[in-house]
Design a protein around this ligand. Structure first.
Ligand SMILES: *Cc1c(COP(=O)(O)O)cnc(C)c1O
Length: 393
């Protein structure tokens, strides 16, 4: 992609997001095949990236939508996702958002607290509309990932504590406008240790049995998302091992007849198809360091500043690569945390050189901000049927 991309770069301003839609298509085919043969249902987590071109592509594969705001539900409907494939999660659903979801008769509310369940129940009764409820249970499984993206421990704000589940059941039973459809789990993000998913299966099985023993039939088991990607090797490992991932659930989940298994994958579908393209403004020598100051910053990609996340950085060059040197790659924003990488080896850089910050398709563009009154970030796409850099459909 390098040569073509560099030629096209001459005509556009950096920084921008570059999405390889061909890779996205390949990734989605692999997911679809691995999920369908096991009869698993996949919802794409919109919050990972709601760029229209990506959403259109994902929708074509028939995946549902996992939304965490009323606006995401609205977006999913606009993109053409059937309401019967839309789930709504989040700890702070507002009345306006709940009403919007009720009116659109979405597939399920993933409920995160007793308090929220009461409000959904009241609004559903008032509007005389049925709300399908999936209780998000906090399974207390350690995702073994960064503490900011761990969500399934007792100390996190997400999910309902096991001791409160009985109360939730009583609430649902007492309100004809609430229907208990299933249970929901989501334990964290960027999980690469497959044993974590095995532990999750064990917990889910316990809960499945627990409900069964109380005579409650659960139609859906939603195990959330969280599957990680290889940030170190975006080329050799461009598509996550979905086969192994789904096989774990197939092997360890004890699914009852007619029970549906749902997944909510975000990062693993879109991370590798996106890069943030930036150009070197200045190469500045410090006392012990050399800084490559680029025109993208934490305003375009906040993950390194927010979670010390690693993103591979490459020089885009048509020439044979020259001797390499050590650089800190930093942005222009007035914050010391505005650093993409420290002490990394790159071919010698000079003003005007282009860099690709890889694996930036998830939690990149969607977290962009206008801090420092930055320009809104643009995106370009590579697709089979178009020139290398298309601005959209
Ligand atoms: C963020 C989120 C997801 C997606 O997580 P990934 O790590 O991107 O796969 C799924 N479900 C819920 C409830 C979420 O909040």
């Amino acid at each position: 992609m390098n040569n073509e991309l560099i030629k096209a770069l001459k005509e556009i301003e950096t920084p921008f997001y570059f999405y390889d839609i061909n890779l996205l298509n390949e990734t989605l085919s692999v997911v679809k095949e691995a999920a369908e043969k096991r009869n698993f249902h996949v919802h794409y987590a919109y919050k990972a990236n709601y760029n229209d071109v990506l959403l259109q592509t994902i929708k074509k594969f028939g995946f549902g939508a996992d939304c965490v705001s009323g606006n995401e539900i609205k977006k999913a409907i606009e993109i053409g996702v059937a309401a019967s494939k839309i789930t709504f999660a989040g700890v702070g659903k507002t009345e306006k958002e709940i009403i919007f979801a009720l009116n659109n008769e979405i597939f399920a509310f993933n409920v995160e607290s007793i308090e929220e369940l009461i409000v959904i129940g009241e609004l559903a009764a008032k509007l005389q509309l049925k709300a399908n409820i999936a209780l998000r249970i906090n399974p207390n499984v350690d995702a073994q990932t960064h503490h900011y993206i761990t969500t399934g421990l007792d100390e996190n704000k997400f999910g309902i504590l096991p001791s409160n589940i009985q109360t939730c059941i009583s609430l649902v039973k007492s309100n004809p406008f609430l229907e208990l459809q299933g249970i929901h789990f989501h334990i964290g993000s960027q999980i690469l240790e497959m044993n974590v998913f095995k532990s999750l299966c064990v917990k889910v099985n316990e809960w499945n049995t627990w409900f069964e023993e109380r005579g409650i039939y659960l139609k859906t088991i939603n195990v959330g998302g969280g599957l990680g990607v290889d940030y170190k090797n975006p080329d050799t490992n461009a598509i996550t091992d979905f086969e192994t991932y789904f096989a774990i659930f197939e092997k360890f989940l004890e699914v009852r007849p007619n029970q549906e298994v749902h997944f909510e994958l975000g990062r693993s579908l879109v991370a590798q198809c996106g890069s943030l393209i930036t150009s070197v403004q200045y190469v500045k020598s410090g006392i012990k360091k050399r800084f490559a100051i680029v025109d993208a910053g934490m305003t375009e990609l906040i993950r390194p500043a927010l979670y010390q996340a690693y993103h591979k950085i490459e020089k885009l060059s048509t020439q044979a690569l020259s001797t390499s040197m050590m650089y800190d790659v930093v942005g222009p924003i007035c914050e010391s945390s505005d650093t993409f990488a420290k002490e990394i080896e790159l071919p010698e850089l000079s003003r005007g050189d282009y860099l690709a910050i890889r694996s930036a398709g998830a939690y990149g563009e969607v977290m962009a901000s206008r801090y420092n009154l930055r320009d809104a970030i643009k995106s370009y796409f590579k697709m089979d049927s178009t020139p290398i850099l298309a601005t959209g459909w």
